[in-house]
Write a protein that binds this ligand. Structure first.
Ligand code: ATP
Ligand code: MG
Length: 250
């Protein structure tokens, strides 16, 4: 399981994020960007955040540490914005905490020329997880201490909003992907990365999702069955014909 911490102070909302994440301090003296369970599309977004970030980490891609943050909405009592009050009230209990990277800058491809191998691995990874949120408009990459860090995987694995139509062979449209112009070594990524997508790794990362976020999923007997479905989907995608790999990159 991910480590559990308790929120002690609501510092500020991150208004640049569509889901209104908040910067929160916790009882381990850490500072976290909290993605709230009560926001927009709800807990599935947090499931995607965990599975994808933990998979990224096992691919050797940098992404901030994750925690489960226990929230008492009263810590935000002094926030004047009613939208934030509502969000906190709807998120009492467990939420996702992303280690806050202080002073991180948004990734700017005009300022940083991405390494071609990194660009190729990142594009392959996003294609695997169906991540539609790594465009040049909104790259969801931070530059911190000279390295590039991946954040915000909430829009990935979007097939889970309608499991019946989930298709492991669905093509990935990379035309807007931030790394499309730089992914010159996609064939190398495609030779190397499928081997990292093993059943063991997928069991490990899906096990990090709290049961409570997988309960009562329509069409599934329980959390274990939902985990199996993610595992099956990603195994089929990684080890199938991989016609989903974008043409723009090939
Ligand atoms: N771990 C972090 N450390 C520092 N800044 C962060 C971190 N996570 C997020 N941010 C900042 O907050 C913004 C919003 O975060 P994030 O993209 O995760 O939220 P979101 O609501 O899912 O956003 P979106 O509008 O892209 O869907 C980021 O663009 C970044 O500027
Ligand atoms: Mg974002």
């Amino acid at each position: 399981m991910l480590e559990l911490v308790t929120a002690t102070r609501y510092v500020t909302p991150l208004r640049e994020g569509g889901s209104l994440p908040g910067v929160v301090e916790a009882d381990d003296l850490g500072t976290y960007v909290v993605k709230f369970r009560g926001a927009g599309q709800g807990r599935r977004v947090l499931v995607a955040e965990i599975i994808c970030a933990e998979l990224a980490r096992r691919f050797g891609l940098r992404t901030p540490d994750l925690r489960i943050v226990d929230l008492d909405p009263r810590i935000g009592a002094r926030e004047p914005d009613p939208e934030i009050q509502e969000l906190l009230k709807a998120s009492e209990g467990h939420n996702l905490g992303v280690d806050f990277l202080p002073g991180a800058l948004g990734f700017d491809p005009l300022a940083w020329s991405p390494d071609r191998a990194f660009a190729s691995r990142l594009l392959w990874f996003d294609a695997l997880i169906h991540n539609v949120d790594r465009s040049w408009r909104n790259p969801n990459l931070l530059v911190w201490h000279g390295d590039t860090w991946l954040i915000d995987h909430g829009a990935a694995l979007w097939f889970h909003h309608n499991w019946r139509t989930a298709d492991p062979q669905r093509p990935f449209d990379a035309r807007d992907h931030i790394m499309a112009p730089y992914a010159e070594r996609i064939e190398e990524a495609d030779a190397e990365l499928p081997g990292l997508v093993t059943e063991d790794v997928l069991r490990e990362v899906t096990a990090l999702v709290p049961d409570e976020w997988l309960e009562d999923e329509p069409g599934f007997a329980g959390p274990a069955a939902v985990r199996d479905a993610y595992i099956e989907h990603l195994l089929a995608r990684a080890h199938g014909p991989r016609a989903w790999l974008p043409e723009v990159a090939r």
